[in-house]
Write a protein that binds this ligand. Structure first.
Ligand SMILES: [Zn+2]
Ligand SMILES: [Zn+2]
Length: 390
């Protein structure tokens, strides 16, 4: 089959690789009909995620048709499914608490040793994302093996356009969980750093959950425009001092909750970020956390901090004093996707949520290297790339 493989920094190729096979009775093989490039794939592309090997098939946002199901899979050939990016067994201690991304059984023993020293515990498995999370082949390919296919994939009704439901694989549940982690109350103002797909869906979700105001922070005009079309007010951080603007907009109180949908590759020329860029370049620090620092310092006293943005290693200059002294609550984590797929599919089918506004470019899988280059280099215009294997 044809698949997108990562060979190093800014080096992705479409290659012919062996077809996936059923390895476990609960596996299924999916013929991919649509797959998207995620902002977190750009962290792989930029070479800032540890644990990658040359030739790894990447991609964790995908859907398709079941073409083979193991004897213990609950899927049937011909069904159309969206697959969560988190791989979860459904029955371990964590899965039974619906903390699916913490699954104890989906990261194979041989790769668990990589994360234990770093995080204290082994991570759950993720598709197409580093050998720290199992080294599973991803979905930017013609076919993909889906482990625990009786737990993860959600069957979508016949005749629904792929683009309407594809983002159930990651971005929509991730934005939704980010808003849920804000414990939104009537009248709340929420500030969101980063208007990529997760930030935009977090804005949409926060408003759906009853937020009174949402303020979006970015530097790409097109992305701020999309945030505006969803009902957010915009701050362009290259033109405005974010902290001061937020205080002014909230009558000197600060936002009730803040969302960092930027993660470890913050942009901009704030002094702390310039120091981070240098440290990242010489390899003494992994994460550039300017957005998170600014969010913590801007949040009102007693407010909530939600971090869907991806961080991988260590962050310095973390304003722990602001967190403690202001009595902030911090919630984060890889999304427990399986918890949200069914209720969010219902909201899509009822028309309550529409995510199709996000897609800016549609290309074939063969054109994926160009798609990565453009998504990486022109984030203003390229908000979301959907690829279809031919
Ligand atoms: Zn993603
Ligand atoms: Zn589990």
């Amino acid at each position: 089959m044809r698949a997108l493989t990562l060979h190093g920094k800014h080096d992705v190729r479409v290659e012919t690789v062996p077809d996936p096979e059923i390895l476990n009775p609960r596996d299924a093989i999916i013929k991919v009909t649509a797959t998207a490039i995620c902002g977190s794939d750009l962290h792989l592309y930029d070479g800032v995620i540890p644990g990658m090997k040359p030739g790894d098939i990447i991609g964790h946002e995908f859907m398709g048709e079941v073409v083979e199901a193991g004897p213990k899979s609950t899927l049937r050939n011909g069904q159309k499914v969206v697959v969560p990016f988190t791989i979860s067994c459904g029955s371990c201690y964590f899965c039974s608490k619906q903390q699916y991304s913490a699954c104890d059984n989906s990261n194979p023993v041989e790769t668990q040793d990589l994360t234990e020293p770093l995080y204290g515990h082994a991570m759950g498995g993720l598709f197409g994302y580093s050998h720290l999370t199992g080294g599973y082949a991803g979905g930017q390919a013609e076919y993909v093996r889906v482990p625990f296919s009786d737990v993860g994939p959600i069957v979508v009704p016949d005749g629904v356009d792929d683009e309407k439901v594809l983002f159930l694989s990651d971005n929509l549940p991730t934005g939704w969980m980010a808003a849920e982690n804000c414990d939104i109350e009537e009248g709340d103002t929420i500030a969101v750093w980063g208007c990529g797909p997760v930030g935009l869906f977090a804005i949409q979700s926060a408003l759906a959950m009853g937020a009174h105001r949402v303020i979006a922070i970015d530097h790409y005009p097109r992305r701020l425009e999309l945030a505006g079309s969803l009902g957010a007010e915009a701050i362009n951080f290259t033109q405005t001092r974010v902290g001061e603007a937020l205080m002014e907009m909230t009558g000197g109180i600060g936002p009730d909750a803040v969302i960092d949908a930027v993660g470890m590759e913050a942009h901009g020329f704030a002094p702390d970020n310039i120091a981070d860029v240098i440290k990242q370049k010489i390899g003494v620090a992994a994460d550039r956390g300017h957005a998170l620092r600014e969010a913590l310092v801007s949040c009102r006293k007693g407010g909530r901090v939600s971090v869907p943005g991806v961080y991988g290693g260590f962050l310095d200059k973390f304003p722990l004093g602001a967190l403690m002294q202001k009595g902030l609550q911090l919630r984060t984590g890889q999304t427990h996707v399986q918890r949200y797929t069914a209720p969010l599919l219902e909201k899509i089918m009822s028309g309550e949520l529409d995510t199709t506004f996000l897609v800016s470019h549609r290309i074939s899988l063969e054109d994926a290297p160009g798609g990565y280059r453009n998504f990486h280099g022109n984030q203003n215009e390229w908000t979301k790339v959907v690829m279809r294997p031919e």
